[in-house]
Design a protein around this ligand. Structure first.
Ligand code: UDP
Ligand code: MN
Length: 451
């Protein structure tokens, strides 16, 4: 058993809810009380975001340590959380969704990291509570939070180097470019210094962006990193969360619009000129009014937050920047034929098919660090030998995914002299063959649809 430091700070747990099922809400509260050392829970603040039935909250307020605040109108997740934070009396804030189950020893590892360094914003590994059976299912700890240029949060596999480091010490904190949004621990003074949440964001969405660089993609994420903090997933801490397909509440203004507005605010405040890549990925966002961002820009100046280019270089170098030399949105051509995933998925091979110039299965990019990418999958040489069929595998930056596009069109593997070759595509898919600058079947032209 690990000995925790004696001076771990107690925390205020903040849970906002709107029309949450009584059973899941109770499960959340009870798990916090049962699975945390008594002295580390200062209080549980439930913010009832104007649910239809005020009794749900009122009844829970009879439980030891539980305080309930009810909004007079629907405020949305972010304003509700800020309200809860303002009411909190502990120096450390713990935000949870209203449908969680905290697992044994979930709290101490989180509090320890924040006690050591108040600029750390830390999350547990988020396990899955089945939406259908409410069973608790462990999730992989080899994941971190990321996003693509549409700024939608996604889980990503750790790189090979990070996975190896984790094998040596599975307790190590995992630096993450983005947090999933709902579940994290933050020093209260630091939360306030960072400007809390963007309270002009409605309902939901966009809150991870800011804090990371700021807080939900989403905002907290950008904000934290860009303004001198860091975001970590702490693998010793686990909390289950009900992931669901639909939300049990409506989005005034439509969910798409609310999400786009919040995300656009994050892009405008935190992404500098890189916001153009977001607008290229989500063209409709250009027409969504995003309100006034002056106070957010002022905050960014006041805190001397770093530019988005710094974030990309130091925190999220894996995010491929679309360039005229390729990147997502391009294709690899051989005459009138194109490299094509043939609809295959992970561990599948690839083929050659007449170009249709509409992306899809023919969307390939060649990144600066030598990956041949189709969405999250990279063209991989599974064995270092000529004649090997290339496979699509999760991009993990390992050496068997590194290629060089040579003058003349050859795509050569960086380690051994084999090149991407289509001569056997009909039988075995695209293979790696001995490089031969005279072979038409090895000549590839990278074509970018945006230019
Ligand atoms: N929530 C809220 N007000 C709203 C919408 C959501 O207080 O207007 C709460 C919701 O009850 C939950 C948390 O915010 O506790 C996060 O929302 P949700 O779980 O629906 O988001 P998801 O986990 O699906 O991203
Ligand atoms: Mn949730």
């Amino acid at each position: 058993m690990k000995q925790w430091r004696q001076d771990l700070p107690p925390t205020s747990v903040i849970i906002t809810f709107h029309n949450e099922a009584r059973s899941t809400l109770l499960r959340t509260v009870v798990s916090v009380l049962n699975r945390s050392p008594e002295h580390l829970i200062k209080e549980i603040i439930l913010v009832d975001d104007f649910s239809d039935h005020p009794e749900d909250g009122e009844e829970l307020s009879r439980i030891h340590k539980v305080r309930v605040i009810r909004n007079e109108k629907r405020e949305g997740l972010m304003r509700s959380r800020v309200r809860g934070a303002d009411a909190a009396t502990a120096n450390v804030l713990t935000f949870l969704d209203s449908h969680c189950e905290c697992n044994a020893d979930w709290l101490e590892p989180l509090l320890e990291r924040v006690a050591e360094d108040p600029t750390r914003v830390v999350c547990p590994v988020i396990d899955v509570i089945s939406m259908d059976t409410f069973q608790y299912i462990g999730a992989s700890a080899d994941l971190r939070g990321g996003f693509d240029w549409s700024l939608v949060f996604k889980w990503e596999y750790l790189s090979q180097a990070e996975r190896q480091a984790r094998q040596k010490d599975p307790t190590q904190a995992i630096r993450t470019p983005m947090i999933a949004g709902g579940l994290f621990v933050i020093n209260k003074a630091y939360f306030e210094k960072l400007g809390k949440y963007d309270t002009q964001m409605d309902v939901w969405g966009g809150e991870n962006l800011g804090i990371v660089i700021q807080f939900h993609v989403q905002k907290i994420s950008f904000r934290v990193w860009q303004c001198g903090g860091s975001l970590e997933i702490i693998p010793c801490s686990r909390v289950g969360h009900v992931f669901r397909k639909r939300h049990p509440y409506s989005f005034p203004g439509g969910s798409g619009n609310v999400f786009a507005r919040n995300t656009r605010r994050a892009a405008e405040v935190w992404m500098d000129d890189y916001k153009q890549f977001y607008y290229n990925a989500v063209p409709l966002a250009r027409n969504i009014p995003y309100g006034n961002i002056q106070d957010r820009m002022e905050l960014k100046r006041r805190l001397h937050c770093k530019p988005f280019s710094w974030y990309l270089k130091n925190v999220y170098p894996e995010l491929v920047i679309p360039t005229s030399e390729g990147g997502p949105g391009g294709s690899l051509k051989q005459g009138t034929a194109c490299l094509d995933s043939m609809g295959h998925l992970l561990d599948g091979n690839v083929g050659l098919y007449p170009c249709h110039n509409t992306g899809g299965n023919q969307e390939w990019g060649l990144t600066k660090d030598g990956l041949i990418k189709h969405h999250d999958l990279c063209l991989t040489l599974p064995v270092y030998a000529k004649g090997t069929t290339l496979l699509m595998q999760i991009c993990d930056g390992s050496e068997n995914q590194k290629w060089r596009h040579l003058e003349g069109g050859l795509i050569r593997h960086t380690r051994i002299p084999v090149c991407v070759d289509s001569r056997y595509h009909a039988q075995r898919g695209i293979t790696a063959e001995k490089c031969d600058s005279n072979a038409e079947t090895q000549r590839w032209h990278l074509y970018n649809h945006n230019h």
